[in-house]
Design a protein around this ligand. Structure first.
Ligand code: CTP
Ligand code: CA
Length: 232
């Protein structure tokens, strides 16, 4: 790994990275969650540090056990609502946001104060949508003009390019990293990833199978370019 540190192209830049999956409580002992390991997000934080950035890492509960990259400022959260609060707060002073976290889309409508007892009838779970963090960031960005660069991830099991393109536009992103989670060597719980980088204007750059560290370096190299262009 080449660490450029303070002399690097991201020196003086504040990069916020979210990583891992959220957990949405149902009662004091149960929650809804997903399979995100957080590895890709942590690799992105490390890659940003290597280029000299100041890095804030917002960590979802599924990645709580991963060690903090040296020099990153870490905030641990459990729920999508807590992640939204942390990311929006940090983004007010950030130059770059990279949303690698797997945010729960739905949460139990009610969090029971007491453990749900085993009864004859299984309980019906009523769910409600969580806030979309990238949509909230896009809204604030229209007023504040920052972060200058916002990168999203799209985990898809079908129609990779089409679905990712749609998210790039809907969430007003500078770039989206699309990954095919149906491939056995990419996505959750493995150390490699096969991704496409999509940029506005229909620009698509497929990357070969890489380690998550190499994907992170490739994404950060693009971020440096976007910042230099003063991207929105
Ligand atoms: N994301 C977010 N807030 C949410 C859900 C997702 O900010 N509540 C972000 C993710 O961190 C990711 C991007 O949006 O960077 C795309 O996430 P993804 O789950 O692929 O897309 P969704 O918009 O949630 O749509 P769907 O799950 O239906 O594909
Ligand atoms: Ca989702």
């Amino acid at each position: 790994r080449l660490a450029l540190g303070r002399g690097g192209p991201l020196a003086g830049k504040h990069v916020v990275v979210s990583a891992g999956g959220t957990q949405e409580p149902l009662d004091p002992v149960r929650y809804l969650t997903n399979r995100s390991s957080g590895k890709q997000g942590f690799a992105l934080a490390q890659a940003a540090l290597d280029l000299g950035a100041r890095v804030s890492l917002v960590v979802g509960a599924t990645a709580a056990a991963l060690p903090t990259p040296t020099g990153a400022e870490r905030t641990d959260v459990e729920t999508a609502a807590q992640m939204a609060e942390a990311v929006l707060r940090l983004c007010r002073e950030a130059d770059v946001l990279i949303m690698a976290a797997a945010v729960a889309d739905f949460r139990p409508r009610q969090v029971r104060a007491h453990k749900i007892k085993k009864e004859r009838e299984a309980p019906q779970l009523e769910l409600e949508p969580t806030p979309d963090i990238l949509l909230a960031v896009a809204e604030e960005r229209r007023h504040l003009g920052r972060p200058a660069v916002v990168v999203g991830f799209a985990a898809e099991s079908e129609k990779l390019r089409e679905n990712a393109q749609d998210k790039l536009e809907r969430k007003s992103l500078s770039m989206i990293v699309a990954n095919d989670i149906s491939a056995p060597d990419a996505g959750f719980a493995v150390d490699t990833n096969r991704v496409l980088l999509l940029l506005p204007g229909g620009v698509v750059e497929p990357l070969p199978l890489m380690t998550k560290g190499e994907v992170a370096a490739a994404v950060l190299a693009r971020v440096v370019g976007l910042l230099a262009e003063g991207a929105q």
